[in-house]
Design a protein around this ligand. Structure first.
Ligand code: AMP
Length: 410
């Protein structure tokens, strides 16, 4: 395989000072990173030292490079498969594979990605050609371990990424099964936004004397995101969305809905208004999902309508606006969803439509992030509600009164 020639790099480049090889730093410099992010500053020396690591970090903090760069440095030159990264979703696996390819372009190291929902042929071929790094989702990896296509006997580094998401998706038993295929002598890195007891249990059994780093305040959106709730009655949600879009200068908008049918409907209606839209949810085929995501990234679609499959961890550049068409039921999803904008210190806006039924969820979000989210109304919009909405919200602040009232009504 022909390697591109190594470009000259500034000997003062801060990533060189972290101890990374010129081949790795050249790729970083080419990406235009001049300063390591806090998680990179702290994680890179730990990973280089060979110690196990537990990292809790918000999305958009530069976590992928924090583990990819030192791993590529350690692997050095092409050899047997020595690194496995487990990801909860195909999209994340593809994204991390791409990061490894980019950061490793001057190293000659080979990367393969393995995920379900598509044929086996290409993935098998790729692995059989000989790869240094495999990025995989658990189910397909187990298949390819089972039929002997993948062997992990030479593994040196295991990365368990987005482990809280793997827990949510019921993958932890698969993760444990996979770990039985890897040598006990290895370095293990575990990344998770939160560390509930199940994950602490996993960490205890699969990591040895790990270092721990925690970046940012967990469960709070980045300061670069301007976010607000937009109260509206359910019947006017779409009208408010289209008015907001009309009055906003956006580059690209990610719209979240609660249901798959909702996503299809909204996409259809926005399309009818002349917007170029892509749709992403679990009922779409892998090909359709990839097309929607690639089209959105490339600017072919200015809007991507998605359910929470797209919410976590996906690194979509230059999302200028996130709209929660439906308020998320799980407050942590709010942080994940709006975290799709304002990434790596760029600015972003997030609008959340809020109906009367969302008041409790809105409060749960505010409790989680520890502050009030401003309520905004837009000018010259023919709002159907007035005092009613505000009354409900006040009543909701006094649960005893509400329960007395509702008992009375029954
Ligand atoms: P991640 O948290 O790994 O999803 O990364 C979020 C975004 O930050 C990605 O688009 C990276 O390309 C970008 N990024 C990572 N490290 C740096 C850095 N040191 N300087 C600027 N951007 C970065």
């Amino acid at each position: 395989m022909d390697l591109p020639p190594l470009p000259a790099i500034d000997p003062e480049h801060l990533f060189l000072k972290l101890g990374l090889s010129p081949a790795v730093v050249a790729a970083v410099a080419e990406k235009g990173y001049s300063q390591p992010t806090p998680i990179q500053e702290r994680a890179i020396p730990i990973v280089l030292s060979g110690r196990d690591l537990i990292g809790t970090a918000q999305t958009g903090t530069g976590k992928t490079a924090a583990f990819a760069l030192p791993i590529l440095h350690k692997l050095g030159a092409h050899g047997p498969c020595r690194c496995l990264i487990l990801e909860p979703t195909r999209e994340l696996a593809l994204q991390v594979e791409e990061a490894f390819r980019n950061y490793g372009k001057f190293t000659g190291l080979r990367v393969a990605v393995v995920y379900g929902g598509v044929g086996y042929g290409k993935q098998r071929e790729e692995v059989q050609r000989g790869v240094d790094v495999i990025v995989a989702t658990p189910g397909r990896l187990l298949d390819l371990l089972g039929d002997g296509t993948i062997k992990l006997g030479d593994l040196q580094v295991l990365v368990l990424d987005e482990v809280d998401r793997m827990l949510d998706m019921g993958f932890l038993p698969d993760v444990r099964r996979i770990i039985r295929h890897v040598p006990a002598q290895r370095q293990t890195l575990l990344f998770s936004a939160t560390l509930p007891p199940e994950i602490q249990g996993l960490a205890q059994s699969v990591l040895t004397n790990p270092d721990t780093i925690e970046i940012g305040i967990r469960s709070s959106p980045a300061d670069t995101i301007d976010h607000a709730f937009y109260p509206v009655v359910a019947a006017q949600k779409f009208e408010l969305l289209s008015t907001l879009l009309e009055r906003t200068e956006y580059k690209s908008v990610l719209v979240f809905t609660r249901t798959k049918i909702g996503a299809d409907k909204i996409a259809h209606r926005l399309h009818a208004l002349g917007h170029k839209t892509g749709v992403m949810h679990a009922d779409r085929s892998q090909r359709e999902r990839t097309e929607a995501l690639d089209g959105f990234k490339a600017g072919k679609f200015q809007m991507l309508i998605a359910t929470d499959v797209a919410a976590r961890g996906l690194d979509i550049r230059n999302v200028s606006h996130v709209v929660n068409y439906d308020m998320p039921e799980n407050p942590e999803d709010y942080v994940h969803r709006i975290g799709r904008t304002g990434r790596a210190n760029t600015e972003g806006d997030a609008y959340t439509l809020m109906t009367e039924d969302d008041i409790r969820n809105a409060r749960a979000i505010e409790r989680l992030i520890g502050r009030q989210v401003p309520r905004r109304k837009i000018e010259n919009f023919n709002y159907l509600f007035s005092a009613l909405f505000e009354e409900r919200e006040k009543a909701d602040l006094a649960p005893k009164t509400v329960s007395r009232l509702s008992r009375g009504k029954r």
